[in-house]
Design a protein around this ligand. Structure first.
Ligand code: C2E
Ligand code: CA
Ligand code: CA
Length: 849
């Protein structure tokens, strides 16, 4: 179906307001001239009719050839009708002049099949103009027909100019009435400039007159001259037309290029194409492409905006698109005659369709429909002009789509299609400004656990799949009003309005739960786990950047939490800021062996034997002083220095262990491991080599691995745990109780020892919940045959309780703080006494405790 544009604006009828007075004026003049002529004794019927015939022909011909000529960038409409008018005024009786002029105009208009309104106006206008000229001649002294002297020239010239002015003002009046004052003003300006041509015509007419008076045979010569002139004018007109077209095309392409980076491309393109092609409509059609929907926009003459319709029949457009060539349909295009009925059905006169190319593909069409002017139709040269424009337009369209694409890319993550960090920040900024008093703007940052490991072990394609799948899940479960974005490698953000911080945490916890669950990546099924950091406006920051940063910080902290959701609090920040600055210093400290290892004794509770020590790393930063192990261990984890840190502590421990063994005091050592080091498959081998190098019995070495760290990636740390166990070293679950593992896990893991976290140990004297937990852990561990160690033993009461419950080993300030090697030796000498056993000397705590 071809949608038809609405009918042109009404108002043409208003032309009658001018046509009627003109007609009345002309009829009155004609009648009075006619009556006068009867009174004239010179009136010769047959001679005037005979004379009228060549004038009629001359007029008719001169109406047909109207040329546009550009002189000094002004277009002149060159019409030569004034030439015969000069002669007619001289040779014909007045009523005859009116008859000839209006008759020729009528014939011309009928031939052009113009509407009645326009035909009537044009005929009335010619008749009235001629009548006015005749009135002027009659008002002047009689012309000397025998001599045709300069005074006669002046009168004739005046008459022709007057009639031209009358016609011009009638025309301007009609333009004002029908199309508005602006068009009227333009018409007036154009008409006045054309008066120069009238002047020239008058001079030519007078030269003809003089020649004819001198010798009637000169008519033959003049006819030849006229024919030659017309031919010259025609070729000039064509030359000028091409010249202006070229200039216009150039200007248009400039404008299109300027616009292609902006959104106004169709407006500029179509408006200009329409006026350049002098068509009623100009249409841009773009086929749908990817994200871009179909575009159908049309500029129409005398219509300010663009219409989303097109007058071109679909079949014609499709023909051009399929043939991939320009297609013209209309009177002057014999090639596409079979499509002419389509045009007629759509009430379209003629059309040019040019496909827009992008490489080999056709992305749309540029169309010009209905050449303006009743007698005009599109021709082959018009096709060439539109083709030139279309070539530029295609580039511009591509560019603007590219710009559009770039703009989209600038705000979206390519992999998941989610809004990116920039877009999220913009959206947050907006949300902050429109927040209501009783709500908060919530930012929930989901950090996908183990993403890096997937990338490293299974390749980036698998990692990408995990991200896309996670993005889909988050999008699927997020509130419809929430904005879901991806702001970093494995970080997704969900922002929404919530009633409070607590409500936000609740939403985050719920979402995190729903996000969990197995996800198929390649042949493997992964468990998707996320750590969620929460920050809210206005509590945690005033601008989007810092809110996001704080949510990220909180998410990092959340990674070690069993419940995985952490709201921001200021302590996180100071710690993170400190961590940030010390990465390089830590490297230097490791290079220069500046890390120290302290030792904290482990004591059997039953007989108070010192059975071993835990090796704890210490680092005194040159500027910041003592740095908490949690901090520099985290820095080492994130800056690839974990292996070196672990190795340096292990080596220090093994060296002491060797020394004690050599001194016949076999103390065991315990070394802390980050779960992350277990992901490094070379680590167990390193341990084997070091044990060998230091000739240490593997049974004297315990590795403590924090429960939450171990849990977060148990599948992938298990192989290392088995290999370590096979080496003969002992494995301990550190900080037990802070992770989310059930006690039942203990049996499945290849571990020998459970270390109850100090928070429970310290709480057990006062908190019955903590006491219950400690009791349960001790009971079950013993049942599974695991050694139980209580860390953080600070008081006698705790010690007694632990003893009662059957805990085997204790460690804590009550016995000793972690000490540098020399002070440990001093402590051992002061606080313990030797006791010989079959396996060697054992240090037993003195009786005080
Ligand atoms: P952890 O393995 O739970 O170590 C025990 C922490 O509790 C030590 O803190 C120790 O000084 C402290 N502590 C011992 N007895 C008591 C007590 O009676 N009361 C109290 N309040 N605290 C007590 P430290 O040395 O600051 O170590 C903190 C954490 O840093 C350790 O926790 C361990 O997870 C980690 N860490 C320390 N050294 C290393 C290391 O060489 N490698 C790795 N991967 N982590 C280490
Ligand atoms: Ca430990
Ligand atoms: Ca602990």
């Amino acid at each position: 179906m071809v949608k038809r544009p609405p009918a042109p604006r009404g108002g043409a009828q208003r032309a009658w307001l001018i046509t009627y007075p003109l007609a009345v004026f002309a009829v009155v003049c004609f009648s009075s001239f006619w009556i006068d002529s009867f009174a004239d004794p010179d009136w010769d019927w047959s001679r005037s009719w005979l004379l009228a015939i060549p004038f009629f022909i001359a007029y008719h011909v001169s109406y047909r050839d109207v040329f546009n000529i550009v002189i000094w960038r002004t277009t002149f409409v060159v019409s030569v009708t004034d030439v015969p008018l000069v002669l007619a005024f001289f040779f014909l009786p007045p009523p005859m002049v009116i008859l000839v002029v209006s008759g020729a105009m009528l014939a011309h208009q009928l031939r052009s099949r113009v509407p009645v309104t326009k035909l009537s106006f044009n005929v009335a206008k010619s008749a009235a103009g001629t009548s006015a000229g005749l009135l002027l001649i009659l008002a002047m002294p009689d012309i000397d027909h025998a001599r045709a002297d300069p005074s006669a020239w002046a009168i004739l010239a005046g008459a022709v100019i007057l009639s031209a002015l009358v016609e011009l003002f009638s025309l301007v009046g009609v333009f004002c009435l029908v199309q508005g004052l602006r068009t009227g003003r333009d018409a007036l300006r154009a008409g006045l400039s054309a008066m120069t041509v009238t002047g020239i015509n008058v001079v030519v007419g007078l030269v003809f007159l003089v020649a004819l008076k001198a010798n009637p045979w000169s008519a033959v010569l003049l006819a030849i001259l006229v024919a030659a002139l017309v031919m010259i004018l025609r070729s000039y007109a064509e030359f000028f037309r091409r010249h202006t077209t070229l200039a216009d095309v150039y200007e248009l392409t400039q404008a299109v290029r300027d616009q292609s980076a902006q959104s106004g491309l169709p407006d500029v393109l179509l408006g200009r194409v329409r006026s350049l092609m002098q068509s009623e409509y100009a249409t841009l059609w773009l086929a749908p492409q990817g994200r871009h929907p179909e575009v159908m926009l049309t500029a129409r003459v005398e219509h300010a905006g663009l219409l989303d319709i097109a007058p071109t029949p679909d079949e014609i457009r499709q023909r051009a698109v399929q043939a991939k060539t320009a297609l013209g349909v209309g009177a002057r295009f014999p090639g596409a005659a079979d499509l002419r009925p389509r045009l007629q059905a759509a009430k379209v006169k003629d059309v040019i369709v040019i496909p827009l190319r992008s490489g080999q593909a056709i992305i749309g069409t540029l169309e010009a429909v209905n050449r303006i002017g009743d007698t005009r139709t599109f021709r082959e040269t018009d096709v060439q002009v539109l083709e030139t424009i279309a070539a530029h337009a295609a580039v511009a369209v591509e560019n603007s789509r590219l710009v559009d694409r770039l703009r989209y890319d600038a705000y979206h993550d390519r992999l998941t299609g989610l809004p990116n960090r920039r877009r999220v920040i913009d959206a947050l900024a907006e949300a902050i400004t429109v927040r209501a008093e009783d709500e908060v703007v919530a930012i929930m940052l989901f950090d996908v656990d183990g993403q890096r490991n997937v990338n490293e072990s299974m390749g980036h394609a698998a990692g990408d799949k995990l991200l896309v799948e996670t993005a889909d899940r988050i999008r699927g479960i997020a509130d419809p009003g929430a904005l879901v974005g991806r702001i970093g490698g494995d970080e997704f953000v969900v922002t929404l309005r919530a009633p409070s911080i607590d409500a936000t945490i609740e939403i985050a916890t719920r979402m995190r739960e729903r996000l969990r669950g197995p996800m198929a990546v390649g042949s493997l099924t992964l468990d998707v786990n996320t750590a969620v950091g929460v920050s809210v406006y206005p509590d945690h920051g005033s601008d989007p950047e810092s809110l996001l940063q704080r949510a990220e910080l909180a998410a990092n902290a959340a990674k070690v939490l069993p419940y995985g959701v952490q709201p921001f609090h200021p302590a996180l920040e100071s710690r993170a800021v400190r961590r940030l600055g010390i990465a390089a210093d830590l490297r230097r400290a490791l290079d220069n062996d500046q890390l120290e290892v302290y030792f904290q004794p482990k004591v059997t509770l039953a007989d108070r034997h010192v059975v071993g020590v835990e090796c704890l790393a210490r680092w005194v930063h040159p500027a910041h002083g003592e740095v908490a192990p949690e901090d520099f261990v985290a820095v080492a984890e994130h800056t690839g220095q974990l292996a070196r840190l672990t190795e340096s502590v292990l080596v220090a421990g093994l060296r002491r262990c060797r020394a004690w063994a050599d001194a016949e005091r076999p103390f065991a050592i315990a070394v802390n491991l980050s779960a992350r080091i277990l992901l490094d498959s070379r680590f167990p081998e390193l341990v084997r080599e070091l044990l060998e190098e230091h000739r240490v019995d593997p049974g004297l070495v315990t590795f403590e691995i924090s429960e939450p760290g171990m849990l977060s990636d148990i599948e992938r740390v298990l192989p290392s745990l088995y290999r370590l166990r096979d080496l003969g070293v002992r494995l301990s679950v550190d900080d037990f109780g802070t992770g989310a593992s059930s006690l039942a896990y203990l049996r499945q893991w290849p571990v020998h020892e459970v270390k109850i976290d100090d928070s429970f140990v310290q709480g057990m004297a006062t908190d019955s919940g903590d006491l219950a937990i400690v009791r349960a852990v001790i009971g079950l561990s013993r049942e599974f045959g695991l050694t139980v160690v209580a860390e953080g033993v600070e008081s006698e009461l705790t010690l007694e309780l632990l003893e009662e419950m059957g805990c085997e080993i204790g460690q804590g300030y009550l016995f000793s703080r972690p000490l540098p090697f020399e002070r440990l030796e001093a402590w051992l000498n002061a606080q313990t006494e030797p006791e010989s056993t079959p396996t060697g000397e054992v240090r037993r705590l003195r009786a005080v405790i």
